[in-house]
Design a binder for this molecule. Structure first.
Ligand code: SAH
Length: 369
């Protein structure tokens, strides 16, 4: 797809023409990844974080947040619930928490892999190469790390260096694209994505993001609207102004559907979730509309409610007070009502299987710069 087409769609406001985009994305989804909706049970295992991301409520400097870390036994209970509900994957997500040490995570991954047939996805932030390698060897299958925005200057502004790390080496600039390259070399299934409507993010930036998705051949791409958390720096609109009039991307529902649909057209075989952030903007139908406009994955939350309310990356998150069982029933009913079916098995990325079949020696490794 030409860049000018991407920009035109991002700026399109005519409901009739947008219907064409939704139809095209839905057809492309059906032809490439089918009617199954893969379910990934999400476990938010810790809200401790050493980072200072300007957008995220878990940031280290947010002293008002009560912190928690789940025990291995609690996490295993969630994994067993995932099996009971028929999910193929458990996603272990957290703030960047040094207490989730290499050894602790290795033990946890081994235990989940020994006790269950689940695929294990990690989303633990920016971790060292040797940790990522060891967790892969322990059996972790996938890793999610959004690059958040491809605009380097904007990224640096919203994503300052780590808190409390004295050594110059560790204060090096975060480079999530480099980590995605490492994950790829370690043979993880690799997921990434961006936020939509970050203050200062322009239509050109967002078009760059979508073009980059196409170039780095991801297995999973999660996109969701930026949602303002009042206790974060980005909430100060004087310090974090919008891009000049007419250039700022709105952080709204329609823009999110456009990015999901365009991502499907640019990356036909990738797994694309209808995200919680989208469901937060439209609790009634956000997930469903995502699923009929390009998405093929949903991530029901398995985190026990007492912890779930504390995993506040942004306020008023969808399904905050629900139990895993309630999320499960609700999502299953919604998927069936769309005439789709919950995925059987692990729901691996077809891109990943293709890479394995071809053999890595023949794959042109399009490493992100
Ligand atoms: N510590 C992990 C997991 C963070 S939460 C990591 O950094 O990868 C997962 C995603 O939630 C982030 O990548 C970000 O894209 C999204 N997120 C965080 N704060 C948000 C906000 N205020 N609005 C919308 N999405 C947000």
């Amino acid at each position: 797809m030409q860049r000018s087409e991407i920009i035109n769609w991002l700026r399109e406001t005519d409901p009739g023409r947008l219907e064409d985009l939704w139809r095209l994305a839905d057809r492309t989804r059906r032809e490439n990844v089918g009617d199954e909706v893969h379910l990934r049970g999400l476990v938010e295992l810790s809200n401790h974080c050493v980072r200072l991301c300007g957008y995220c409520g878990l940031r280290a400097a947010n002293a008002g947040l009560q912190r928690y870390r789940m025990s291995d036994d609690e996490i295993l209970l969630c994994a067993h619930q995932a099996i009971e509900f028929g999910y193929g994957t458990v996603v272990l997500q957290s703030g960047e928490d040094p207490q989730l040490t290499r050894g602790r995570m290795t033990g946890l991954i081994r235990r989940i892999k020994a006790e269950t047939p689940l695929a294990v996805t990690l989303s633990l932030g920016e971790r060292d190469d040797d940790e990522l390698a060891e967790w892969r060897r322990a059996g972790a299958d996938r890793y999610l790390l959004r690059f958040e925005t491809s605009n380097r200057a904007l990224y640096d502004r919203i994503h300052p260096p780590k808190a409390d790390v004295p050594s110059a080496a560790k204060r090096r600039k975060s480079d999530r694209l480099a980590i995605l390259g490492t994950l790829r070399e370690l043979d993880y299934e690799v997921g990434s994505g961006v936020m939509i409507g970050i203050p200062g993010q322009t239509f050109d930036d967002l078009a760059d993001d979508i073009e980059l998705f196409g170039r780095i051949e991801l297995d999973m791409i999660g996109v969701g609207p930026y949602l303002c958390h009042p206790d974060t720096p980005l909430a100060d609109r004087r310090a974090w102004p919008d891009a000049p009039a007419g250039r700022q991307v709105p952080a709204d529902e329609i823009m999110t559907y456009k990015v999901i649909a365009l991502t499907r057209l640019v990356c036909p075989r990738t797994n694309i979730p209808a995200t919680t952030a989208l469901a937060t903007l439209n609790t009634d139908y956000g997930r469903e509309l995502g699923l009929v406009r390009g998405a093929n994955v949903a991530m029901p939350n398995l985190t026990p409610p007492k912890y779930r309310i504390l995993y506040e990356i942004y306020p008023d998150k969808a399904c905050l007070a629900e139990t895993g069982l309630k999320c499960h029933r609700c999502l299953s009913a919604r998927i069936k009502a769309l005439g789709r079916r919950p995925g059987a098995g692990r729901g691996d990325s077809p891109n990943y299987h293709q890479r394995l079949t071809i053999g890595t020696e023949n794959v042109v490794r399009d490493r992100p710069e």
